[in-house]
Design a protein around this ligand. Structure first.
Ligand SMILES: Nc1nc2c(ncn2[C@@H]2O[C@H](COP(=O)(O)OP(=O)(O)OP(=O)(O)O)[C@@H](O)[C@H]2O)c(=O)[nH]1
Ligand SMILES: [Mg+2]
Length: 237
């Protein structure tokens, strides 16, 4: 597994119980009670070897791992970002692409998920064609259509080997109501683009703030709400 060296990371496999990771309403117990950190759970899905682990490494750790092995179960990594003055913990669930390593974990992947990143390898047409299956699996786990989804074509640095034309990917993304990002986890020049994938999702999720906090207030009578109309979404996408 390629999760060494990153703080806040961890892994779950079929033999261990997942930590209590899921709800966006969870409080970070290490913080003062007056400060809430919302956690956004984003899962990364796609064929084995498309670069899911490398993309999540690039976003959370800022680098490309020297070596990766097939993910077993799930690795999760976190990064705290600040959007419009609010600190948000983006929790990236890097899932296994190989069926034998994901079997009993699939339920955990989709439970309370806030956003989904579908990844294919631009140099492997099969990984693009298999997206249909990944989307079916996602829909089969009752992920709400309101949960934002994006499509990522990885390994764009391998310019001489590209098999999936951009216009084909764009058409597919449009037909599934997803944004398309073509990028490379490996090329440092693309790191900003990788960052945009997760930040774009975090911005969209943050825009749901009023709804989420209203629920908290109702349950606990603790949280002071902003007026919904004052919440601006300045998401670049
Ligand atoms: N050239 C290039 N290679 C990449 C890129 N991203 C990942 N790789 C390579 O692709 C291989 C697979 O990467 P992983 O990130 O382990 O793939 P994965 O999707 O996590 O695979 P599973 O864990 O089996 O599902 C590794 O050899 C990486 O070095 C990229 O952007 N460009
Ligand atoms: Mg992996």
């Amino acid at each position: 597994m390629a999760n060494g060296g990153l703080s806040g990371g961890g892994s779950i496999n079929s033999s261990s119980k997942p930590r209590n990771l899921a709800s966006s309403l969870e409080l970070d117990s290490s913080l003062d009670h007056s400060v809430q950190t919302r956690i956004f759970k984003i899962i990364v899905i796609g064929d084995s070897n498309v670069g899911k682990t490398c993309l999540s490494f690039r976003f959370t750790g800022g680098s490309f791992p020297d070596k990766t092995e097939a993910t077993i179960g799930v690795d999760f990594r976190e990064k705290t970002v600040e959007i419009e003055g609010e600190k948000i913990k983006v929790q990236v669930w890097d899932t296994a692409g190989q069926e034998r390593f994901r079997k009993s974990m699939v339920e955990h992947y989709y439970r309370n998920v806030h956003a989904v990143v579908f990844v294919y390898d631009v140099t492997k047409m099969a990984s693009f064609e298999n997206l249909k299956t990944w989307i079916q699996e996602c829909n089969g786990h009752h992920v709400s259509p309101c949960v934002p989804r994006v499509l990522v074509g990885n390994k764009c640095d391998l310019v001489d080997q590209i098999q999936v034309p951009s216009n084909m990917a764009l058409k597919f993304a449009d037909s599934h109501n997803m944004l398309l990002f073509e990028t490379s986890a490996k090329d440092p020049k693309e790191s900003q683009n990788v960052e945009s994938i997760f930040m774009c999702l975090a911005c969209r999720l943050k825009a749901q703030k009023s709804l989420l906090y209203r629920d908290v207030e109702r349950q606990e009578g603790k949280v002071k709400l902003s007026d919904e109309s004052t919440i601006k979404n300045t998401c670049p996408c």
